[in-house]
Each structure stands twice: as structure tokens, then as C-alpha cells.
Ligand binder design. Structure first.
Ligand SMILES: C[S@@+](CC[C@H](N)C(=O)[O-])C[C@H]1O[C@@H](n2cnc3c(N)ncnc32)[C@H](O)[C@@H]1O
Length: 291
């Protein structure tokens, strides 16, 4: 039988089950086998490893994962897709389908139930674009033992996740992702690789989980608060944004503190490296400006 990720087979499955797309759930199904080849190669799976898929749709990526991994668990929010997935994936006993909203799923419990004893687990997905950032942040912040996250996202989001300091793409998402992972752009994917065609370009990005965060910080919550506050208004200087934390009355002191650690207060947040944000966080904590 032809694989699911072809235009003909996808249309046939949709017709057979009377499925209609829900734009509100970000339903754009992949029909390009070459893109799937690149996703699978980037995920580095084998029969000793597992894959968590978010949003399997009608199973085009799930089918490929089933052929590459020792265990596959796919979490799909749309109840209408569950009987379709059970039908098309029936030949694969090591594939589990879970009907759930990934953002409301207890991933630690899921890990224990589905992935115990495996050499490693990667998250591999063509993500629903309306919730890409919350999904990525949940996967990172839940501190799960993930090897790689290989995901299709909107091209702009992939550029933001992998951006280096100094450009317009660099912001709090770049820092959050790079704190936990090493990002690598795998490929750019045009709209015609999907049914229906989205009106944006997409990209596959690989986030290789670091064994330890990129920088050492006194407190992660404080570090990310400093980063968020620094980018609150991109055109403002670092000192202007950070005075929201120190209080306006301590702004001069804040300027001196930044200069002391070699960060000019007139700089904009988008020029600071992760190491510099860590140093700012440490200095603000030490001075009592960051409670
Ligand atoms: C871009 S489609 C990808 C479908 C399939 N993996 C493919 O590549 O053809 C996104 C999928 O995520 C599902 N989805 C949307 N929001 C979700 C959520 N919060 N939790 C789990 N799945 C979700 C959608 O129903 C849809 O099947």
C-alpha cells in the first residue's frame, strides 16, 4: 500500500472517513515524502528509542516514525481523527494513540507509562502553528528526558528560535530555546507540501537538548523574568526596560551596576548574549533589585 504522505492517499483517507479540516486546530497535513525523509533523519531514531508525536493528524508522520522507532506515542486533540488513526496504523503494534490536548497532558505520567526502559526519546511533530510556542515551552520547562525535538513550525518561528544576538529575530524565544537546546535548521518547506496549503512558509528545526543549560543562573524563574522584561519594549534601552524591576528611583544605581559587569545600560536587549543576560540576572539578584 502507498504511504499516507502522498496527495492521492491523503485525499482517499479523508474521503473514506468524511473528514473535514478544522482551521482552528492548525490542521495542515503533510503530503511530501522528501520532507518526511529529512524529519526522520534529523530525529536519529532506532529500535531502542521512542518518539512522542504531537498532533498526528491522519498519521503520515506517525507511519514513518513507526518504521524507525521502537515505540511511538501520538497525542491528538481531535476526537474525529482517533478512529482514522486506529485504522491506518493498525499494522503497527508499538504505536499508541492518545486522545488529549498536549497542553493539558501530564507528560511525566505519559513518559512513565509509554517510554520506560528506552535508550532515549525524541519529540517529532508537525506542530499546530496556533500553539507552537506554548507546546515547545512546555516540553522544555517540564524537564523531561528528551534527546531531540524535531518539529515543523512556521518559518519565522524557526528563525526566531535559532537567531543569534544582534538581529530582529533574536528575542525571548531564542533565549529560552537556546538555554535548554542547540538549535539547527533542517529545511525550509513550501506551502505546497501540505493539504490544505497554509499561507505561510514552514521550516523543520532540530533542537538538540543540552545535558546542562547553556549558562548557569541563580534562579531560572528570575533569569526568564529578566529576559522578558529586557525585551518588553524592543526599541527602549536595557536600563529603561529593566527599571521596571529595579524601580525608577534606583535607575542610576541600576546603570552603575550594569556598567560594573561590562554591559552598557544604553544597549538594547537584542544585542545581549545568554552569558550577558545571566550576568545581569546575577547582579540584579545580588543588589536586591530582583526579589
Ligand atoms: C499541522 S497538523 C499535522 C498533522 C500530521 N502530523 C501531518 O504532518 O500531516 C497539526 C495536528 O495537531 C493537532 N492538534 C492541534 N492542537 C493540538 C493540541 N493542543 N494537542 C494535540 N494535538 C493538537 C491537530 O488536530 C492536527 O492533527
Amino acid at each position: 500500500m502507498k504511504e499516507i504522505a502522498t496527495s492521492n492517499r491523503t485525499r482517499e483517507i479523508i474521503r473514506k472517513h468524511g473528514f473535514t479540516f478544522k482551521k482552528s486546530l492548525g490542521q495542515n497535513f503533510l503530503i511530501d515524502g522528501n520532507v518526511l525523509d529529512q524529519i526522520i533523519a534529523a530525529a536519529g531514531l532506532d529500535e531502542t528509542r521512542g518518539a512522542l508525536e504531537v498532533g498526528p493528524g491522519i498519521g503520515s508522520l506517525t507511519e514513518r516514525l513507526a518504521k524507525s522507532a521502537g515505540k511511538v506515542t501520538a497525542v491528538e486533540i481531535d476526537r474525529r481523527l482517533i478512529p482514522i488513526l486506529k485504522d491506518v496504523l493498525a499494522p503497527y503494534e508499538h504505536v499508541s494513540i492518545v486522545q488529549s490536548d498536549i497542553l493539558k497532558t501530564d507528560l511525566h505520567a505519559l513518559w512513565q507509562e509509554h517510554f520506560t526502559g528506552l535508550a532515549g526519546v525524541s519529540v517529532v511533530a508537525n506542530l499546530p502553528y496556533y500553539v507552537t510556542t506554548p507546546i515547545i515551552m512546555k516540553l522544555l520547562e517540564d524537564k523531561l528526558p528528551i534527546e531531540n525535538i524535531v518539529v515543523m513550525v512556521q518559518k519565522e518561528v524557526a528563525l526566531r528560535m535559532s537567531a543569534k544576538p544582534g538581529g530582529k529575530d533574536y528575542g525571548s524565544l531564542s533565549i529560552a530555546v537556546q538555554y535548554y537546546c542547540e538549535p539547527e535548521l533542517v529545511c525550509i518547506v513550501p506551502g505546497k507540501a501540505f493539504i490544505p496549503e497554509p499561507n505561510v512558509d514552514s521550516a523543520v528545526i532540530r533542537l538538540k537538548r543540552r545535558p546542562e543549560p547553556a549558562v548557569s543562573v541563580p534562579d531560572e524563574e528570575k533569569f526568564f523574568r529578566v529576559v522578558q522584561t529586557s525585551f518588553a519594549q524592543r526599541r527602549k534601552t536595557l536600563a529603561n526596560n529593566l527599571s521596571a524591576l529595579s524601580g525608577k528611583e534606583r535607575k542610576a544605581e541600576l546603570g552603575d551596576l550594569l556598567r560594573e559587569i561590562g554591559v552598557q545600560p544604553e544597549r538594547r536587549a537584542e544585542t545581549l548574549s545568554l552569558e550577558e543576560f545571566a550576568a545581569v540576572c546575577e547582579a540584579l539578584t545580588r543588589s536586591g533589585m530582583l526579589a
